[in-house]
Design a protein around this ligand. Structure first.
Ligand SMILES: NC(=O)c1ccc[n+]([C@@H]2O[C@H](COP(=O)([O-])OP(=O)(O)OC[C@H]3O[C@@H](n4cnc5c(N)ncnc54)[C@H](O)[C@@H]3O)[C@@H](O)[C@H]2O)c1
Length: 271
């Protein structure tokens, strides 16, 4: 039987072709999810994403909706619409995230608030809004609903040049464990995934900047250099990362809550 048979999921930050959110949606549908509601505040690649999902054969089970994760009203609308259309909600993936570069001296309070609003408050609102719907998944699957926060190795690794991102991702980890304690009695599991560098368009664009600055000769060269930083010597693709989400969403993980999967090729061990 497919691992996510019959489940209905919301996946945030899934509005950009090639990113981790889209890979999670495709993996969930490939594993038998009954429906996946993908959300994002950007809609410029919606048509391409919908075409891709249709080519996978899952058009009828996929919705892509505009949603700002920092808006409580948007969350209420998205969660209610998912349950109204599909009758249930079993999995919430808080994947949307942003980064603002700079240390304390060069980061404005406004920029810090922006990154905290998406990477922390967005998770808080998602959990708060969706938990009552997820709690009703208990009866159907015997293991309750599942919330999975896409964080980063930044939750654990300090970086003085990128404090907003690292502090917000560390806060996301504490939110994850507190939520695991609070919602355990309702059989809602709350876990986090901590990717290392994953080759999404966002990362490729960053590498192009380094290529322009002369640090590397090409994006491929830069990718190889990044791969060499972990003991496995490979660069993770979004599809690799998505496997961790499938596991945590599935009933195979029914005894797993408050856990943190470091999906980083052990790059964290080098620091
Ligand atoms: N790619 C990596 O190397 C890597 C490593 C560690 C962690 N992560 C995390 O994985 C997640 C996905 O990253 P990605 O690499 O796929 O990047 P990405 O930028 O393609 O994906 C993030 C998505 O979140 C959306 N988003 C941003 N603010 C939003 C808001 N207010 N409301 C709704 N959507 C919003 C963006 O439009 C984007 O589509 C992020 O949380 C990121 O921090 C990525």
């Amino acid at each position: 039987m497919p691992r996510l048979s019959g489940k209905v999921a919301i996946v945030t930050g899934a509005g950009r072709l090639g990113n981790i959110g889209v890979a999670i949606c495709r993996s969930f549908l490939a594993e038998g999810a009954r429906a996946v509601v993908a959300t994002d505040f950007r809609t410029d690649s919606s048509d391409e994403i919908e075409t891709l999902i249709a080519a996978d054969g899952h058009a009828g089970a996929f919705r892509l909706v505009r949603h700002d994760v920092t808006s409580e009203a948007d969350w209420q609308q998205v969660a209610k619409a998912a349950v109204d259309e599909f009758g249930q909600l079993d999995v919430l993936v808080n994947n949307a995230g942003i980064s603002v570069h700079g240390g304390i001296g060069s980061t404005s309070l406004d920029d810090l608030h922006k990154v905290m609003a998406v990477n922390h408050d967005g998770l808080f609102l998602g959990i708060k809004t969706c938990a009552p719907y997820l709690a009703s998944a208990v009866e159907r699957f015997g293991g309750g609903g599942s919330i999975i926060n896409n964080l980063s190795m930044a939750s654990y690794m300090p970086n003085a040049a990128n404090i907003g991102y690292h502090v917000s991702k560390a806060a996301g980890r504490m939110l994850t464990v507190c939520a695991a304690l609070e919602y355990g009695a309702q059989k809602i599991r709350v876990n986090s995934v901590h990717p290392g560098v994953t080759m999404t368009p966002l990362i490729r664009e960053g590498l192009e900047d380094y290529v322009r600055s002369g640090m590397w000769g090409s994006v491929d060269e830069a990718e190889s250099a990044l791969a060499a930083m972990n003991p496995l010597g490979i660069a993770s693709q979004p599809e690799d990362t998505a496997h961790a989400f499938v596991y945590l969403a599935s009933d195979e993980a029914r005894f797993v809550t408050g856990a943190s999967i470091c999906h980083d090729g052990a790059i964290g061990l080098r620091y």
